[in-house]
Write a protein that binds this ligand. Structure first.
Ligand code: SF4
Ligand code: SF4
Length: 117
C-alpha cells in the first residue's frame, strides 16, 4: 500500500512522461527521419522515385505536373532519396503535424514548368 502511494505521489507531482504535441515539441535527435522534404523546383517528373518506392507511396503525374506522397504509406526507407537523379528529396528533422484524416496526409506539389533557357 505504501509503495502504491509513493507511485501515485510521484506520478501526480513529477514531470509528465509525454508531451502535449504539437504545442510542446521535442528537439529532434541527430539523423532523425521525421519528414521527407520535396523540392518541386528541381524535379524533372522522371518518376524514378515512384518506381523505387517499395510501398507505392509516391505518385507522379507527368501530364498534370504533379507529385504526391501518401504520408501514411511511407515507411521512411529513403529509397526515393537515393534514387532521385536531381537530389530533390531529403529527410528533414521537422516532425510532421498529426493528421486526423487520410486525405490531409497526402503531400501534394505542382512542379513548375522549366525555363527554356
Ligand atoms: S521514403 Fe521510402 S516509403 Fe517513403 S516515399 Fe520514399 S521510397 Fe517510399
Ligand atoms: S523527385 Fe526526383 S526521382 Fe522523383 S520525379 Fe522528381 S526528379 Fe524524378
Amino acid at each position: 500500500m505504501t509503495s502504491m502511494l509513493k507511485i501515485l505521489l510521484k506520478n501526480g507531482t513529477g514531470r509528465y512522461a509525454t508531451r502535449l504535441y504539437p504545442a510542446e515539441a521535442r528537439e529532434p535527435f541527430a539523423k532523425n527521419r521525421a519528414d521527407l522534404s520535396f523540392d518541386p523546383g528541381c524535379c524533372r517528373l522522371c518518376k524514378t522515385c515512384s518506381r523505387k518506392c517499395p510501398t507505392g507511396a509516391i505518385e507522379v503525374d507527368k501530364e498534370n505536373r504533379t507529385w504526391k506522397r501518401d504520408v501514411f504509406s511511407c515507411v521512411f526507407c529513403g529509397d526515393c532519396i537515393e534514387a532521385c537523379p536531381k537530389s530533390c528529396l531529403s529527410f528533414v528533422a521537422r516532425p510532421p503535424l498529426p493528421q486526423k484524416h487520410h486525405q490531409q496526409a497526402v503531400v501534394y506539389a505542382t512542379v513548375p514548368e522549366r525555363s527554356k533557357k
